[in-house]
Ligand binder design. Structure first.
Ligand SMILES: [Zn+2]
Length: 112
């Protein structure tokens, strides 16, 4: 289940409006705050989930987060240092998964 969540976040193929709109399942790609509801917006920006984010992390930590990091993937030498020395931060990945589960936004509620 957890790996399914990570795959959805990595690929962006999940039940967020940016994707649902692309495949014709909803009429708008916006979240209820009027922003395009991408994975990045959902995980890092949407005001709707601010309380969830702040409950888990301090502000400085939030500022360093990227979707790539939350999915446990390497982004670039500039951000993560040399790949030979790089390891995913499993705590960050686990927290991302529990954030998604808490909110339940990616759960299938309707049949496709
Ligand atoms: Zn939003």
């Amino acid at each position: 289940m957890d790996s399914a969540i990570l795959n959805q976040l990595r690929g962006g193929y999940c039940r967020l409006n940016a994707y649902l709109f692309k495949i014709g399942q909803v009429d708008s790609e916006l979240c209820e705050y009027g922003n395009k509801e991408t994975v990045e917006h959902f995980l890092l920006e949407c005001p709707r989930w601010d309380a969830h984010r702040k409950r888990r992390r301090k502000r400085e930590e939030l500022e360093k987060l990227t979707v790539t990091r939350m999915c446990g993937a390497y982004s670039s030498e500039k951000l993560d240092g040399p790949i030979e020395k790089w390891r995913p931060t499993m705590q960050t990945v686990r927290e991302a998964i529990s954030y998604v589960k808490d909110i339940g936004r990616l759960d299938a509620r309707t049949t496709n």
